[in-house]
Design a protein around this ligand. Sequence first.
Ligand code: MSP
Length: 537
Amino acid sequence: MAKPSFFITTPIYYVNARPHLGTAYSTVLCDVEARYRRATGYDVKFLTGMDEHGEKVAEAAAEHGMTPQEWCDSQAPFFEGLWRQLEISNDDFIRTTEQRQHDAVQHLWERMRESGYLYKGSYDGWYCVPEETYFTETQVTKSDEEHHSEGRHLCPDCGRPLERVREESYFFRLSAFQDRLLKLYDEHPGFVQPDFRMNEVRSFVEGGLQDLSVSRTSFDWGIPVPFDERHVTYVWFDALLNYMTAVGYGVGTPDAKAELAYRWPAQCHVVGKDIIRFHCVIWPAMLMAIGEELPEHVFAHGFLMVRNEETGQGEKMSKSRGNAIAPQDVIDLLGVEGYRYYFMTDVVPGEDGAISFSRMEQVYNADLANSWGNLVSRALNMSAKYFDGKTPVLADGWADEQSPLREIAQGIEGRYAKHMDRLEYVQAKDVVMELVHAANHYVEDSAPWAVAKDPARAGELAQIIANLLESIRICAHLLTPFMPKTSAEVLRRMGAGEEADTTDLASACEWGRLVGGVEVTKGDALFPRLASAKSGK
Ligand code: MSP
């Protein structure tokens, strides 16, 4: 039977700046889910890419004395390079300057024209270039008061100065979709996750929707409107479509149609909370207008904030405050696997998270060095020492013997999956760490070094070590989405390397699959303890 498709996407990133901790956060979050779904039998398509059109990118190019295309080309390696370094397993990397996106967007324009939800008018209002967003007079006036900056027009979202735009434009009749969107939210309460974000979206839509300007004439860095070449596509109208372009929208060949039918709708768009409206209001309305299916879920994550060590408060990361942390700084401290583990298990994915170097060190030392890494090295060392460099030969029925570890391991994959399915990584990690901690306690309680002194207790010793190795094997599987290399290495060291790429996680995690009498490798410490060198940073 063909595997079910699981199509998951990151936002496509603006190329006005290098990838940073925030963009890497969205990407790793998706990668963990993509790896988990592959391990549970889905045929995953994991898409990421770059958002290359629009005024902001054109301005960045001009500042660097390059054409926009040259600029985008020069930035692509930084994104692709960081994703390779962070072990991102994307299956596709889309750039909106590619021909496939050009064709798909032009196809969208034709469908929009036929739909009757498009009209030509003129836009007279405000535009925030850093956010690539339009604002009405009333939204801006309000922000003026809030920012105590009467006379200047500032973005109500980011506070930066706005540009006045007066130009002919095509409009998408977004206002016509209010009822249909509210119905969507009622009928599919899981459309926006986590749940509390749904309330935000719903009240925004209840407040009424305005038609959206979807073309620009005052600059030309964008995809031309096919029936009116003086206009280029508004960057968000272009960008949102990337998700469908990547699965064959607008191509029309039998293969592309089959691909589209198999992959669309997407199961999950992962986005930051700042771009929810685009994904939960504008995007579904666009799809409704052209008669295409809607994505199943939009998962909105919070923002990473930097914890101020003096006040304990989270602050926005920015270069001007001098508190920005680069991905490389964290990789230098924790290594790539530690990086992934820290951001995915210590920051609640739906909420804003305050991060700090001291917290990173604490989590790394407690969970990875002292608990997981230590458990693996103790168990492998004991196995090698007491069983001639091998895992113990397993007695018949060994897996049916009662033990506290077997008890915790029963049904562990189901408990973990319940959380992983909803991107609740902190809780999923807790399920795994319960077994890791129990295994460390079990070492102390069962004292294998004492048992080893009495040859009459050889069977008991084999059982203890088998219980430990079996717990480790299961934890390695469950930690794979977070730390793929470490888990593969742990399995390899215990002679189970070929299990690493399982597509049947539930079976792989069944108690009793350990292979006895195979060679073990001791190896270097997986997570050497960190001395407090950087914690003051
Ligand atoms: N190009 C648009 C997305 C188009 S998708 C069709 C865009 N790009 S972005 O590069 O500005 O941001 C991409 C993602 O990075 C967003 O999901 C945003 O929330 C995330 N982050 C940017 N800074 C962040 C933090 N400080 N913390 C966590 N994520 C943040 O928006």
